[in-house]
Write a new protein. Structure first.
Length: 162
C-alpha cells in the first residue's frame, strides 16, 4: 500500500478492496462505479467531498447523463452516501451546470429542486453559494442564443458549499 492508496483505510471491509487504477505519491485514481465505492466507505470518515457531476443535459451523451426529470432522484443516491461518510463538520462542494427545457427557451430548475431536497431530506445545510464563470463556454443552446437570439450565452455554473 503506497501513501496515495488512502481508500483502503476508509473501506468498511478490506476484503472488498478497490485497487487504484493509477497512483502517484500524492493521489490515486480509481476506475469503478463511484456509487459502489461510496457504499463501501466507513461512516463519518471524510472531511471534504468536491464534485462536478455530469449535468442534466437535454441531449444524451455517451457517458449516460440523466435528463432533468431523472436527475434529482439519481443524484440523491450519491448524496445519501455523501451524508453518511462525511464527518459531522465535513463539507460537500458541488459544481453543477444548468439546462434548458427541451424545445423551450426556459431553464430547468432541477438544480434548485436538488438543493432543496438535499437540505430538507438529508439534512445538508447550505453554507454558501458561488458562481463559476466560464467565458470560454460555447454559446448554448444554439437555437435560443445564436439563431433566434432571444437568450444570452450561458456561462455560469452554481457551486454550492454544503
Amino acid at each position: 500500500m503506497g501513501k496515495a492508496d488512502f481508500l483502503r483505510e476508509l473501506l468498511i471491509d478490506n476484503n472488498n478492496y478497490f485497487a487504484p487504477y493509477y497512483s502517484k505519491n500524492f493521489g490515486s485514481a480509481y476506475l469503478n462505479d463511484s456509487l459502489d465505492i461510496l457504499k463501501n466507505i466507513r461512516d463519518d470518515c471524510v472531511n471534504l467531498i468536491l464534485t462536478s457531476p455530469p449535468f442534466a443535459l437535454t441531449r444524451k451523451k455517451e457517458y449516460g447523463n440523466k435528463s432533468a426529470d431523472e436527475y434529482v432522484e439519481w443524484f440523491l443516491e450519491f448524496a445519501k452516501e455523501f451524508r453518511r461518510i462525511l464527518v459531522e463538520d465535513g463539507s460537500l462542494v458541488i459544481d453543477l451546470g444548468g439546462a434548458y427545457l427541451p424545445g423551450r427557451p426556459v431553464r430547468s430548475i432541477y438544480q434548485f429542486e436538488l438543493l432543496v431536497r438535499m437540505c430538507k431530506e438529508l439534512k445538508f445545510n447550505l453554507a454558501q453559494e458561488f458562481y463559476h464563470y466560464n467565458p470560454a463556454r460555447l454559446p448554448a443552446p444554439a437555437e435560443w442564443v445564436n439563431v433566434k437570439r432571444i437568450r444570452v450565452k450561458d456561462s455560469v455554473n452554481v457551486v454550492w458549499w454544503l
